[in-house]
Design a binder for this molecule. Structure first.
Ligand SMILES: Cc1cc2nc3c(=O)[nH]c(=O)nc-3n(C[C@H](O)[C@H](O)[C@H](O)COP(=O)(O)OP(=O)(O)OC[C@H]3O[C@@H](n4cnc5c(N)ncnc54)[C@H](O)[C@@H]3O)c2cc1C
Length: 306
């Protein structure tokens, strides 16, 4: 039985682990994807104290820092279920192992939103992917589309434009809602073509992607010929585990937390992109901040007799 089980190997989880260790809490951190969403960030220019770092480097630093503490144990595994017990929680892992903790910090982040059009499932992994910054490298000299208008889409287009021949940035609205920094980066590239006020209604192909069909013609045609399609239309909270153990969710499915990152279930705390905190501003700084607060709350919770 450890003092705290942290679920999620991303920014919020590793930060919580660092703080838990400094509070001398025995800590087990478990997750099924090392580094979490941070691995998709090609260029991070807003992590204070570091003008430029890649997401994978930043996440490797977080992990290395957390694992310098003897009280932190790390496990790569998928969590299947959390059950309340007399003295805390039992956590069932894929493969049959069960671990026990007095408290839980949930940092399960988000999962990619699907486009939901014909061809998407069929060509997933055959030209359709969900991380432009991770997969652009495979499309050197090719024509690709990035679908979306937020930070991940516009950053994805800027990064893809460094290797692809042409990047079509397809967005249903008139303007991008990404950080102006990334919008400027895209505008500075002459191989990025903005396809605005258009929606992709079908991903077409044969054995692999050959293009997309739009709801309205653009540049004289309702199809664009492509080698790859990156769907970057946002993410939904990965709150299935939280829900199944009884944590209250908001109307959008984010885990509801108070100022101390406590969920509605005593002994379960949550942090990072999964929660409704920090005004839904899903960033490294907010995920890290919430992770630190959650660890502090676990410390006080356990020292108040729980
Ligand atoms: C392309 C892109 C670029 C970005 N660039 C920036 C940037 O420049 N600056 C910035 O501040 N932010 C950026 N972000 C946002 C930032 O990456 C996230 O806000 C941050 O990584 C969220 O961390 P998290 O710990 O809350 O969640 P995540 O990193 O998503 O971690 C969730 C973890 O939970 C695990 N998990 C989920 N369910 C289970 C389960 N059942 N069992 C076990 N493990 C589970 C996952 O495997 C993962 O390890 C970017 C995001 C993207 C997509």
């Amino acid at each position: 039985m450890v003092d705290v089980i942290i679920i999620g190997l991303g920014c919020a989880g590793y930060t919580a682990a660092i703080y838990c260790a400094r509070y001398k809490l025995s800590t087990l951190i478990i997750g099924d994807k090392e580094g979490g969403t941070g691995m998709a960030a090609a260029e991070v220019g807003d992590w204070p104290g570091t003008q430029f770092i890649t997401g994978p480097e930043l996440m490797e630093n977080f992990k290395a820092h957390a694992l310098t503490f003897e009280s932190v144990t790390h496990k790569l595994a998928r969590v299947e279920e959390i059950t309340k017990t007399a003295d805390g929680f039992s956590v069932a892992l894929q493969g049959g192992e069960t671990v026990a903790g007095r408290t839980i910090i949930l940092t399960t982040g988000t999962k990619h939103r699907l486009l939901g059009v014909p061809g998407e499932k069929e060509f997933s992994g055959k030209g359709v992917t969900y991380c432009a910054t991770c997969d652009a490298f495979f499309f050197k000299g090719k024509d690709v589309a990035v679908i979306g208008g937020g930070d991940a889409a516009v950053e994805g287009a800027a990064i893809a434009a460094q290797v692809a021949r042409t990047v079509y940035l397809i967005h249903r609205r008139k303007e991008f809602r990404a950080e102006p920094y990334w919008v400027d980066r895209v505008r500075a590239r002459d191989n990025v073509r903005s396809v605005l006020e258009r929606q992709v209604v079908e991903i077409i192909g044969d054995k692999k992607v050959t293009g997309v069909r739009l709801d309205k013609p653009w540049d004289g045609s309702d199809t664009i010929t492509l080698d790859g399609v990156f769907v970057e239309i946002g993410a939904d909270p990965d709150s299935g585990l939280a829900k199944s153990v009884g944590c209250a969710l908001d109307e959008r499915g984010f885990v509801k937390v108070d100022a101390g990152m406590s969920t509605s279930v005593p002994g379960i705390f949550a942090a990072g992109d999964l929660t409704n905190a920090s005004n839904y501003f899903a960033q490294f700084v907010t995920a890290a901040g919430e992770g630190g607060v959650a660890a502090n709350s676990v410390f006080h919770y356990l020292h108040s007799g729980h």
